[in-house]
Design a protein around this ligand. Structure first.
Ligand code: PLP
Length: 439
């Protein structure tokens, strides 16, 4: 049998060492002097120096509010902020004016859902009528969604009288495309689905979803939170109407994310958060709104974070998303082999590495995920435990909680070996298997 240690790494040892040297936190040691093995990148990634320095440089050299003020600092801050927008937009294959800054992916998805709700309530005038929902209209999601791409649609359905329906997942955790024809109907107005699951790692083939949505005239909303950090994503080529992702999962800062919207849709969409910086003319009675993306960016913006996210996009682009995806495909095989080598471990998600991220969630029979996480932590291995904000998906697989190991571009197969050794000792630690856990 081939083991993951036989898998030739795609990035050479020297290249990977150079990447790791960019991430100061990876040199940390933990309790008892153990080196950190960070396998929680699905929750949030570590940050390279270029991102940390970009934020610091902004505060040290250019700090000012953007889009107002006649002084030089405001001008420089605005230029840097808009350059970051162009960097992130180009990273996902769209135009800068189609990219709205948000605080994270959750905020981006809520923005779309609330804007549709506002259109339904008659806001946004004639242009916005195309988004208005009628009682009995349908919103379709999938069983694999993160709560961020489920709860906002439940809320929208409750507010408008629309009906929420969903596509199931198969035993491998893949979305049931065979259900598209029956679940997405002439009544469907929104089809919201994930590009890659934060639990199973399964990557969605977007084309049949977009094709079916177009057939029935529904809007598509893609949760690209887990795909953008790991795969080359071209949102124009995918043909979705909206897509949301977060800076902090793609080596960027927390507090910033982006929402892509097709230009003609953003132009017609009513605002959600209202106030300063998103207006044209305000009288005591009424307000006219700025064109997108400013219409959706009320209040003082997260300038330093946006600049950091721009740097993260450039850093990833320089490494090359093809090389990153190849490296991570090797990590996927290593992770799958690691969990397969340990008895009594059940994986939620595909067991083959095709169309799959290096994100592996599993159950260790007889041991609660929190206890698994604690034993791994004792070996310096940081993983996520719980339902990962996907309670329906966990229910689908009969698991209350799982342990999730998720890798990123800076992860090595040697780290996955440390994880494997620690995992092999979990059941022994709790006296369920014979032997002694390795120290
Ligand atoms: C698939 C997916 N969608 C959405 C989110 C929400 O991202 P954020 O918390 O950055 O808004 C996450 C975060 O874990 C996720 O994994």
């Amino acid at each position: 049998m081939t083991t993951f240690l036989d898998i030739a790494p795609v990035l050479s040892e020297a290249e990977l060492a150079a990447v790791r040297a960019d991430f100061p936190l990876l040199t940390r040691t933990l309790r008892a002097g153990r080196p950190l093995v960070y396998l929680d990148s699905g929750a949030t990634s570590q940050k390279p120096d270029v991102v940390i320095n970009a934020e610091m440089e902004f505060y040290r050299e250019r700090n000012a509010a953007v889009h107002r003020g006649a002084h030089q600092l405001a001008e420089e801050a605005t230029a840097a902020f808009e350059q970051a927008r162009a960097q992130v937009a180009s990273f996902v294959g769209v135009c800068p004016d189609e990219l709205v800054w948000t605080s994270n992916a959750t905020a981006g998805i809520n923005l779309v859902a609330y804007a549709i709700g506002n259109a339904t309530a008659g806001r946004g005038g004639a242009d916005a009528r195309r988004f208005a929902l009628e009682p009995g209209d349908e919103i379709v999601v999938t069983e694999a969604e993160h709560h961020a791409n489920l709860v906002p649609w439940q809320e929208l359905a409750a507010r408008t009288g629309a009906v929420l329906r969903w596509i199931g997942v198969d035993d491998d955790g893949r979305l049931r495309t065979d259900q598209l024809a029956s679940v997405v109907t002439a009544r469907t107005r929104v089809l919201a689905f994930t590009h890659a699951s934060n639990v199973t790692g399964a990557v969605t083939d977007v084309a049949p979803f977009v094709a079916r949505a177009r057939e029935v005239g529904a809007l598509t909303v893609l949760d690209a939170c887990q795909s953008v950090p790991h795969l080359a994503v071209d949102l124009h080529a995918l043909g979705v109407d909206f897509a949301a992702f977060s800076g902090h999962k793609m080596l960027g800062p927390t507090g910033v994310g982006a929402l892509y919207g097709r230009r003609e849709l953003l132009e017609a969409l009513p605002p959600v958060t209202t106030g300063g910086s998103m207006v044209e003319v305000v009288t005591m009675e009424t307000t006219t709104y700025a064109p997108p993306p400013q219409r959706f960016e009320a209040g003082t913006q997260m300038v330093a974070q946006a600049i950091g996210m721009g740097s993260a996009a450039c850093y990833l682009a320089e490494l090359g998303m093809g090389a990153i995806a190849d490296h991570e495909a090797a990590l996927t095989r290593a992770l799958l082999d690691a969990v397969a080598s340990v008895p009594h471990v059940r994986v939620l998600g595909p067991l083959d590495s095709r169309d799959r991220l290096a994100t592996v969630s599993f159950v260790v029979e007889g041991v609660h995920a929190h206890d698994v996480g604690q034993v791994l932590d004792g070996a310096g291995v940081a993983v996520r435990v719980g339902h990962h904000c996907t309670q329906p998906l966990h229910r689908r697989f009969g698991a209350a909680a799982t342990t999730r190991a998720s890798a990123s571009v800076y992860t090595t197969v040697e780290e996955i070996e440390v994880f494997r050794e620690a995992l092999a000792g979990v059941r022994m630690f709790f006296g369920l298997d014979e032997g002694r856990p390795s120290k």
